[in-house]
Design a protein around this ligand. Sequence first.
Ligand code: MLT
Length: 263
Amino acid sequence: MKLYINDLSINITGNNKNKAVIFVHGFPYNHKMWDKQIEYFNKIYECISYDVRGLGASEVGDGQYTMEKYAEDLFSIIDKLKLETPILCGLSMGGYLSYRAIEINQSAFNSVIFCDTKAQSDSDEIKLIRANKIKQINDAGLDLFIDEFLPTCFSTNYKFNCVEKYNEIKSLCKANNPIGVKGALIAMLSRTDSTHFLSKIKIPTLHLCGEFDTLTPPVLMEETASKISNSQFSIVPNSGHMSPIENPDFVNKTIENFIISNN
Ligand code: MLT
């Protein structure tokens, strides 16, 4: 089923008698990055994936987004669909959103799966890189930005051995409205830091990180997980920053075991 809530394009499949899992994609992708997870989990769980405001099929509006607005969007989906303590699963930017959402109200969630993400806000250096990327999109268009950014997200193995799929993902990213992409860059660079909150997280958390992830490396994610009382950390073999796409079998099995052991 496909529906719109507050300008957001939402996809729902699976069994609504069972626990809901909400998948929040990374930047600058859309809900389709979770295809392999949804195909696997909708046999048992209710799977909800949506396009973050400004990306994919969700409304672009004025392009003025904040992480706070993204979190508000997530809570409005939970409220409108009357979901009872869903499991939250976010990758990278979706993970930043997830950290902010549980900081606002962790009791709204059963547990959280963090894929290839971090709790830290952007350093000044990264803020300036993002400012330059916005300028680049304005001056040279979105395609060049995607051509330069996407290779940093995937492992060499994936880029060379899964060319067709990689090119499909590239086209999907290029199909975004540049205003939405720039809005996401501003939301990320202006987000707050969640590291002070790690010791206060009480719900179960799973932290998955691609072995070759250079954007949010395993050492950083492992250190973050160690600061959370109820946490599990796993390295995803043969994968870069996009572990759910690059090694779906490992990711799905690990998530499945985590959900079963916490329900
Ligand atoms: C993502 O995958 O969402 C991005 O790499 C996040 C970022 O640029 O910080």
